[in-house]
Design a protein. Structure first.
Length: 330
């Protein structure tokens, strides 16, 4: 049964926020900030007792932890600079703590998997004035260097070093180790169309797979690419979590894109769900990168400061609940 998870960057939400999520129909939380867990700032990895306490609190509201994030691998580590090896020790210890706590899905972030310097970011104003993320290559007038083949190979070797330590832990605890695609998916990004495949090529363990982001991959090639990749990764059982994000435009067609509400982009999200059903997907769907609607407070409803459900979040959960009802009725 597909459930709905909600992204958050903090672990100390007030009771009112958790109650609102349950009232709207959310099932789980996805923690996207690896440094927000108690213990990370003090010792480099989460404290197990505090993590278990957090999970008990969420369960008392009818929620649970679906996905967590390990401490980030910094640019310093990815460049193999002296003294950076302690980052690997911290992320290995964090992986063990999350495994002990029974967390089902774990993500590792890597510095340098995107080429942000290529894109100009702006606030896109869409239907009725709601605001979302826009990015453009064409608006970036200054030329920027991207990594050479040799630099990308060196980056990949550092990735292999990290996953080489994490995958045996994932196997031992039977937790899923999931990689998000490079966002934005510019040419040659490590987890773009080609690099994304390399993760499971290098690590064929059944615990290794993908946090598949519909919007990010649509930015690379539109609806047809998304449906093809769902078929490819899904029939292998490699899709661990879905980011249900809709967009207008793509890098190949318009040199940019704008994120939208779920019903307002180029993709038919019902077709996406039907494709997931066809390959037997039974994980969570997450309406991430939610636009700001009239009446929302950008500080209260985003990032580390999120303390209440905004209109955009409520709309997105309701829309997905309706799509799921329709999907299971077909």
């Amino acid at each position: 049964m597909i459930r709905i998870s909600i992204s958050t960057a903090r672990v100390d939400h007030p009771d009112s926020y958790l109650k609102q999520l349950v009232q709207l129909g959310a099932d789980c939380l996805d923690f996207g900030n690896g440094s927000s867990f108690v213990g990370v700032k003090e010792q480099g990895y989460p404290d197990l007792d505090e993590l278990l306490k957090l999970r008990r609190r969420l369960r008392s509201f009818g929620l649970d932890i679906n996905r967590v994030t390990l401490p980030n691998m910094s640019e310093r580590f990815m460049r193999n600079l002296p003294g950076s090896e302690k980052e690997l020790d911290h992320t290995v210890n964090a992986m063990k703590v999350f495994g002990e706590a029974g967390v089902p899905i774990i993500r590792q972030r890597f510095a340098g998997d995107t080429f942000d310097q290529l894109m100009t970011k702006y606030d896109a104003v869409l239907r009725g004035g709601y605001i979302s993320r826009g990015e453009s290559i064409g608006l970036t007038k200054q030329q920027h260097e991207t990594p050479t083949y040799e630099e990308l190979q060196a980056w990949w070797e550092r990735f292999l070093t990290v996953y080489g330590q994490l995958v045996p832990i994932a196997d031992s605890y039977k937790v899923k180790l999931s990689m998000h695609p490079s966002d934005t998916p510019n040419t040659d990004t490590p987890f773009g169309g080609l690099g994304y495949h390399r993760v499971t090529d290098a690590f064929p363990s059944k615990q290794v797979g993908y946090l598949y982001c519909i919007g990010t991959r649509a930015e690379a090639g539109g609806s047809s690419l998304v449906l093809d990749e769902i078929n490819h990764y899904g029939r292998q059982g490699r899709i661990h979590l879905i980011h249900m994000r809709n967009v207008r435009g793509s890098l190949p067609t318009s040199g940019g894109f704008e994120e939208t509400l779920l019903d307002d982009g180029d993709l038919n999200m019902f077709k996406v769900l039907m494709a997931l059903k066809k390959v037997g997907y039974d994980g969570c769907i997450n309406p991430d990168h939610i636009p700001f609607l009239e009446g929302d407070d950008r500080d209260r409803h985003s990032g580390d400061h999120r303390t209440a459900c905004g209109i955009g979040l409520a709309y997105s959960i309701g829309y997905l609940k309706a799509l799921l009802c329709a999907m299971y009725a077909v």
